[in-house]
Design a protein around this ligand. Structure first.
Ligand code: MGD
Ligand code: MGD
Ligand code: MO
Length: 691
């Protein structure tokens, strides 16, 4: 009988991480008994991270939601009663039909990257909400500022191939903590180190990554844009330039040279909190390394008011030294632009029913609190949350909570667990895990696509996102055939078949579950120029920015909240708080499960002895971190891992699992970045005190 069968199913790690691992699931008698990293997939290399190595604890957790439920308590109280799928779907369809009759834009989908699978995160969901005519969601919460700054300079989110990083002789790890958040990429940086490369980490916090580097520079948060400008000033002044590359593959060098003239290391020193000599030395080392350098940046430095321009400034550096010439050299923010995803076919924006009567309205997900409380024309009357936990992850968390607490808001949450957001649902739906549904994945940290086949049947009555939208489409009487495509059909149509990069992908994915894009090997995307900007060159001067009435040249965009740039606010709230990823959590995923909670202990606040002493704080004290927006509690860790003036609270904790029912987003602001409308999580002044 089936009970004796043992088989191995090829799967993909679905989480929001640059590594997108290929996994092998061992199934016995219908139950998954083992998860391991695929040994034959070069990037995964047979290894998984501390979280996903224990994936079955998530899949089979006794906290999994297994049945649809409706709210019986007050909003936020988290009391629910079991209902049938029929009742749940009928209730949602009825509500949506009534609201849509007035104005469908009063309905808002809210999703991010709980799974990054194309089918379950940007497939049937998008088709359904487009057909409904719901408000559009601008998905800005993570990377849109950096993405904008990068794209306007380089053209697309393509960069150095991390698998060739061992070619580099100097590696700047900039606003990135790969030991924690890009472990499989880190392996290649370590290989470079073994071959003699020098590693420099640029991060306000002495991370596990910084400890393994040859040099750690700890600038003040939000000052990277100034640091990069000063590096450019030195490169130009000391002629550490690849003139041939600049002449052939860039535009605007003479304007850039003029622009950076005043941005000396002495100018940048007070803004960055680094000595001018250290900045000059960094620039000289970078310039001297010439073509043999790699900058691995991540999104840590884009979560600031000037985050878009900071990434743009950094993206200019390798074109000055010609580092793009060599495989594994240049710079890497994201590899996602290599994937020829057929977004139109997947998402079908053309299904939007009546753009004349209801001109499309877009809501920025980073201001969801404000929007739930203040949006007009029309106000948001219904929200459907999936693949996301906004009550815990979105900035200005108290306003987000107040928005979700609105009695007149109809709220659907589709989840695996009863998250902080789920507590505010009117209808709570059980979602399948990655082991229970079909999907296909791109990634932002390498150049392999990974397929995901279901290994086990759905637990309880859980359903995939795609299936719920098919069922709702039927109930709403939608006729378009594309609303009923199977997951397999959607996955098969996910890539543009006529794009050479997709050649051979489908059979390889079918055969072994992963496939390298059809890119040259080795891969140096801009060795001969070929930037995907309008000019085809690296744009020091950007016409696109000029046309949008923005500064066309690299510039200094200060943070909103910092001691050097906002002394009045800093007088009340003198400490800069950053809340980067905790090693055992993935955003708020895993942060409810015993093993990972034990790994992190409790919410922590790292503070320098010089800041702890005047506040009479000792290691292990409970502290209150506060500003005008709110407060949260944590245990003080007095340490020189942070520089004076900066405090760090690894995140993201569930509010309801924290001692005071709050988390770091109680104090973060919902201001938006200079470019790309991103969130400013790490641009945040606070004061710290005893409770
Ligand atoms: N274990 C784990 N892995 C993760 C995640 C997680 O939560 N946990 N999150 C995933 C997600 S959603 C993403 S977007 C990716 C990338 O996520 P990122 O948030 O880019 O994370 P990190 O790579 O950890 O890099 C952030 C680093 O930037 C530093 N930093 C903060 N502000 C500044 C600044 O102003 N300047 C500079 N130079 N550095 C600064 C922080 O101290 C931190 O060490 O990682 C993914 N991987
Ligand atoms: N203070 C602070 N706040 C931050 C950050 C920070 O560094 N500091 N980082 C920001 C960043 S970079 C990001 S990307 C965001 C992340 O924000 P989110 O994308 O909201 O990430 P998660 O908190 O992991 O929530 C994802 C949820 O999706 C659910 N899920 C997983 N798979 C499925 C599925 O197949 N179907 C359904 N329906 N649900 C599923 C998971 O159970 C989980 O609860 O947070 C941001 N918030
Ligand atoms: Mo993210």
């Amino acid at each position: 009988m089936a009970g004796e069968e043992r088989r191995i199913v090829r799967a993909a790690c679905p989480h929001d991480c640059p590594d997108t691992c290929a996994m092998e699931i061992t199934v016995e008698g219908g139950r998954a008994v083992k998860v391991r990293g695929a040994a034959d997939m070069p990037f995964t290399n047979g290894a998984l991270c501390t979280k996903v190595a224990h994936y079955l604890e998530r899949v089979y957790s006794d906290q999994r939601l297994l049945h649809p439920m409706k709210r019986v308590g007050r909003k936020g109280e988290g009391r629910f009663a079991r209902i049938t799928w029929d009742e749940a779907l009928d209730t949602i369809a009825e509500k949506f039909r009534a609201i849509a009759a007035d104005d469908p834009r009063a309905i808002l989908p809210y999703s991010y990257a709980g799974t990054m699978g194309l089918v379950q995160s940007s497939g049937m969901d998008r088709r359904f909400f487009h057909r409904l005519g719901a408000s559009l969601l601008d998905r800005t919460i993570c990377s849109s500022a950096g993405g904008y700054g990068w794209k306007v300079t380089v053209g697309t989110t393509v960069g150095a191939d991390p698998e060739s990083a061992a070619n580099a002789r100097l590696i700047l790890i900039w606003g990135a903590n790969p030991v924690v958040s890009n472990l499989h990429g880190w392996r290649h940086l370590m290989e470079a180190k073994r071959r003699g490369a020098r590693l420099v980490c640029i991060d306000p916090w002495r991370t596990q990554t910084a400890e393994k580097c040859d040099l750690h520079l700890a600038p003040l948060p939000s000052s990277d844009g100034a640091l990069a400008l000063a590096m450019m000033q030195v490169l130009v002044a000391e002629n550490l330039l690849d003139h041939d590359y600049i002449a052939r593959h860039t535009v605007g060098f003479s304007e850039l040279r003029e622009r950076v003239g005043a941005f000396t290391p002495e100018w940048a020193a007070p803004l960055t909190g680094l000595p001018a000599d250290a900045i000059r030395q960094l620039a000289r080392d970078y310039g001297t390394a010439g073509q043999d350098s790699l900058i691995r940046l991540n999104y840590g430095l884009n979560r600031h008011a000037g985050g878009g321009m900071a990434v743009r400034n950094i993206a200019c550096l390798p074109a000055l030294t010609g580092a793009w010439r060599k495989p594994g050299c240049g710079a890497l923010l994201s590899t996602s632009g290599n994937f020829p995803v057929d977004a139109h076919t997947l998402e079908r924006p053309d299904l939007y029913p009546d753009p004349v009567r209801f001109p499309p309205r877009t809501i920025n997900m980073s201001t969801i609190g404000r929007d739930l409380l203040e949006a007009a024309d029309p106000p948001i009357r219904a929200i459907y949350v999936y693949n996301s936990n906004p009550v815990a992850v979105a900035p200005d968390g108290n306003r987000v909570r107040d928005g979700f607490a609105r009695e007149d808001l109809f709220c659907v949450v589709h989840e695996l667990f009863q998250t902080d957001t789920a507590d505010y649902a009117d209808i709570l739906l059980p979602a399948t895990s990655q082991l229970e549904h079909h999907d296909v994945h791109t990634t932002y940290g390498h150049v392999y696509a990974v397929a995901n086949r279901p290994a086990i049947t759905p637990l309880g009555e859980a359903k995939p996102n795609s299936e719920v939208f098919r069922l709702l489409a039927r109930r709403l009487g939608f006729a378009d055939e594309s609303l009923f495509d199977s997951d397999e059909a959607m996955a098969a149509a996910a890539f543009r078949g006529n794009d050479p990069r997709a050649h051979g992908l489908a059979p390889a994915l079918a055969e072994r579950g992963w496939a390298r894009l059809n890119l040259p090997r080795p891969f140096a995307p801009f060795a001969e120029g070929g930037f995907r900007t309008p000019s085809g060159k690296c744009e020091f001067h950007s016409r696109r920015l000029a046309d949008a009435d923005l500064d066309p040249l690299p510039a200094w965009h200060p943070p909103r909240e910092s001691a050097p740039t906002n002394p009045a606010l800093a007088a009340r709230y003198p400490l800069a708080l950053i809340t980067p990823p905790a090693r055992h959590f993935l955003n708020t995923s895993f942060a409810n499960l015993p093993r990972f909670l034990a790994g992190e202990g409790s919410p922590k606040l790292e503070i320098h002895p010089q800041d702890a002493a005047p506040r009479a704080l000792a290691d292990g004290d409970e502290v209150r971190i506060h500003n005008a927006r709110g407060e949260f509690r944590a245990t003080a860790v007095v340490t020189d891992r942070v520089r004076p003036g900066v405090v760090v609270s690894p995140s993201i904790w569930w509010r309801k699992l924290s001692p005071d029912g709050q988390n770091a987003n109680a104090v973060t602001s919902d201001a938006l970045t200079d470019l790309g409308g991103g969130a400013c999580f790490y641009d945040c002044l606070v004061e710290v005190a005893r409770p």
